[in-house]
Write a new protein. Structure first.
Lengths: 446, 309
């Protein structure tokens, strides 16, 4: 890397470390990381308390970091333009993209320092709590790989249903709408298991589970509210090629989502599993409803919590890299107030869009609005904006490290890599090109 | 024999500022033609708002010309290779307030890609030259305007440039510092640097520059060598030392007789700057102290000579 880039990065970091605002922000983060775990009461269980410590502390502190990074990013270049310090830098032999890169690296280094401190303090708090109740929190010590049942590819299923519903005969716009609806609905389509009926689900692992740690099955069934208490299902998990099996009965459907530990010693060396579920409830009980793509997982203990914390930190660092890049690009385009306003507006709009996109009722209303676009102009604009922002933000926000940390799920290496490539490399590179073009065109100190 | 290309060549330069809606607001530069040769010290003079700073910013690529061409060191001023050979002192010294002078120079040396040993050596020499060795550990934000100006001048020299562009170099400096800056500029010029500067302090320009151009309302109104522009071919000035009042009267009578009119004769005054410097030098014993610019020039091979990347 060139000396100029390093000099700019060092200057940015030095400026931050000597700033009182950054010092105050560091104290605020330390207060959140050290103080929130002490204030949290949890859900009454030691494991619940640890989950809340992970989720709330890291979530709150990360939210603060996102805002601080965004606004600092906006201020770095636009502030230098306002104070005219950029004038002296731009007459030096430094290309605009190198200037941007140096600023971005400096801000990223600062974020990494703060993030490392945050995770260190939170990790200590979590391990301290786990040491107080080792048995009750054992499930959280190891992050579990989430394995979905082997199901036909969603794309193929969409095409099947599309053909069945007469999609090819529809006009182009309606075809597009139908496909979009299927893409949204099919992953959540429930399968109904009637009384006396049995369904088998198959799972494939890339490596056999550790026989010393229990396997977990996670279900999200639903059934008729009146018959919930009398529904019963007999289940068997069979491993192959070993052939070992574990039987168990599901008879408590009082909660929508639950996990069941299974002794992994029966499955030494097995990598393929079959789960058989037979509805054996009373005659008057209703069917069991299951969304196989969303509500059924085999959870296999894989990596220690500390490593999962590191992966979560890496995912969040890559998001901060993207936020910093966005702020810097806006700072190169506009003055500080305008850049900060745009950045905050964009962040809020994206958060609202992602929230709306996850709410089926809101989506339905937006769909209605789109059917009469000119009558409901505002709603149509909102619908289109929501869809565009959700689509744009999807690759960046796909990994959910805090949810996975709190539910003791391993953050898959593929998600981590995708996050690093998209959020810390490709999208910042785009921001860099945009900012460099803006800086080349922009006149300084007229 | 081939003549070397001019260091600065400006042809038909125009700059019109526009508002948000791209409507023209101010025509700051209205067709300037100017050429600066290697090793020349050229001053751009003019009242406030005459377009001096705009011309300098166009020259450095900080502003884009509306029309006309600018060549600096026989290349486009926005080329990074060209920028590597230019040192610039802006009108207002905008430095990073949280950095010390040494850190400031290290930062700008980094932008030129200078290696560690070269950076340290030049920083040491320049801090000595501008007299800030004692204040090298204090943040620039605590400095007076004059001290900040010295840091600004040091950063302009960190790459040992071929072309030095100085925008109001003596602005905000006390008379001693002014004199030092003028001495440095002369020594840099003697070392072969080309210097292009603006000022509205006419005495400074007269002291330093080989050539001047007077800018008014965005146009060059007069241009030429200082000596030629200021010389009165129709008058003679004699300075004689050690005459008594009687001798003076005798000379005055003789001159009146020969020219047919009364000729004013009297005791000349030294200018206030010279008197001030004498008093201060006598007070702190600085008279005859060597200026360290020569040390810096001797210690700093040119960036383009292979001593630095």
């Amino acid at each position: 890397m060139s000396r100029a880039v390093l000099a700019i990065a060092r200057l940015t970091l030095r400026e931050a470390l000597r700033s009182r605002i950054v010092l105050l922000f560091g104290i605020l983060l330390a207060a959140v990381a050290g103080g929130l775990p002490a204030l949290l009461k949890g859900d009454g269980t030691p494991a619940g308390l640890v989950r809340m410590t992970l989720g709330y502390t890291l979530g709150t502190a990360f939210g603060l970091l996102v805002l601080a990074t965004l606004w600092t990013g906006c201020a770095l270049i636009s502030g230098d333009i306002a104070t005219r310090t950029l004038e002296l830098t731009r007459v030096k032999p430094v290309a605009a993209w190198r200037l941007w890169l140096g600023k971005w690296l400096g801000l990223l280094l600062l974020d990494l320092l703060l993030l490392a401190g945050l995770y260190a303090v939170t990790g200590l708090a979590v391990y301290h709590r786990m040491r107080q109740a080792p048995e009750a929190t054992a499930v959280l010590r190891t992050a579990r790989q989430q394995v979905k049942p082997d199901l036909p590819a969603l794309a193929g299923q969409i095409e099947q249903v599309f053909a069945r519903e007469g999609g090819p005969a529809l006009p182009a716009r309606e075809q597009r709408d139908l496909r979009r609806r299927l893409r949204r609905e099919l992953p959540f389509q429930p399968a109904a298991l009637q009384r006396g009926q049995q369904w088998d689900w198959r799972f494939s692992l890339d490596a056999p589970p550790d026989p010393r740690r229990p396997l977990w099955l996670r279900f999200q069934f639903d059934t008729d509210a009146y018959t919930r208490a009398i529904v019963q299902a007999e289940c068997r998990l069979t491993g192959s090629p070993g052939g070992g099996h574990v039987d168990f009965v599901l008879d408590d459907f009082s909660t929508r989502r639950f996990e069941r530990p299974l002794d992994a010693a029966a499955f030494a060396g097995d990598t393929r599993f079959t789960l058989s579920v037979r509805h054996t409830g009373e005659a008057s009980s209703g069917p069991l409803m299951l969304q196989p793509r969303q509500g059924l997982d085999l959870l296999v203990p894989r990596i220690p919590l500390a490593l999962n914390l590191l992966r979560a930190a890496a995912v969040q660092a890559s998001l901060l890299a993207l936020i910093a890049a966005l702020g810097l690009a806006l700072g190169a385009l506009f003055s500080l107030p305008v850049a900060a306003f745009c950045a905050t507006g964009l962040l809020l709009a994206t958060m609202i869009s992602v929230f709306v996109a996850g709410d089926p009722d809101a989506l339905e209303e937006l769909r209605e609005a789109r059917r009469a676009p000119f009558r409901n102009l505002a709603a149509t604009v909102a619908a289109e904006t929501t869809q565009a922002l959700t689509g744009l933000a999807a690759p960046a926000l796909a990994p959910t490290p805090l949810r996975q940390l709190a539910s003791a799920e391993q953050i898959p290496p593929r998600d981590l890599c995708r996050s690093l490539v998209f959020n810390a490399l490709l999208l910042p590179a785009g921001c860099c090109l945009l900012a460099a073009a803006a800086l080349r065109r922009r006149e300084l100190a007229p | 024999m081939n003549t070397p290309p001019p260091v600065i060549e400006i042809r038909g330069l125009r700059k019109t500022f526009r508002d948000f809606w791209q409507r023209p607001t101010v025509a700051a530069v209205r067709g300037i033609d100017l050429s600066v040769g290697p090793g020349e010290v050229v001053g751009l003079l003019g009242p406030n708002g005459s377009g001096k700073s705009t011309t300098i910013k166009l020259l450095l690529g900080l502003l884009h010309p509306t029309a006309g061409t600018i060549r600096v060191l026989d290349a486009d001023p926005r080329d990074t290779a060209t920028k590597a050979r230019i040192g610039y002192l802006p009108e207002v010294t905008c430095l990073h307030k949280f950095l010390t002078p040494a850190e400031t120079l290290h930062y700008y040396a980094g932008l030129f890609g200078l290696d560690g040993p070269t950076t340290r050596a030049r920083t040491r020499e320049l801090l000595r030259m501008v007299g800030l060795e004692a204040a090298a550990g204090r943040p620039v934000g605590e400095f007076s305007k004059g001290m900040a100006r010295r840091v600004g001048l040091a950063q302009a020299l960190i790459n040992n440039p071929d072309l030095l562009v100085l925008d109001e170099p003596t602005s905000g400096l006390d008379p001693i510092a002014c004199r030092e800056v003028k001495d440095w500029v002369r020594q840099l010029a003697a070392a072969g640097k080309t210097i292009f500067m603006t000022s509205h302090l006419l005495a400074d320009v007269e002291d330093i520059c080989d050539r001047i151009a007077i800018l008014c309302e965005g146009q060059v109104r007069a241009e030429g060598r200082v000596q030629e522009l200021l010389q009165r071919p129709d008058a003679v000035n004699l300075t004689l030392e050690g005459l008594t009042e009687a001798q003076i009267e005798e000379i005055r009578g003789e001159l009146a007789r020969r020219t047919g009119r009364a000729v004013p004769c009297g005791r000349p005054r030294i200018d206030l700057e010279t008197f001030f410097l004498k008093v201060i030098a006598a007070a702190d014993g600085r008279a005859g102290a060597p200026a360290p610019t020569a040390d810096f020039l001797a210690a700093s091979p040119r960036t383009g000579d292979g001593a630095a990347p």
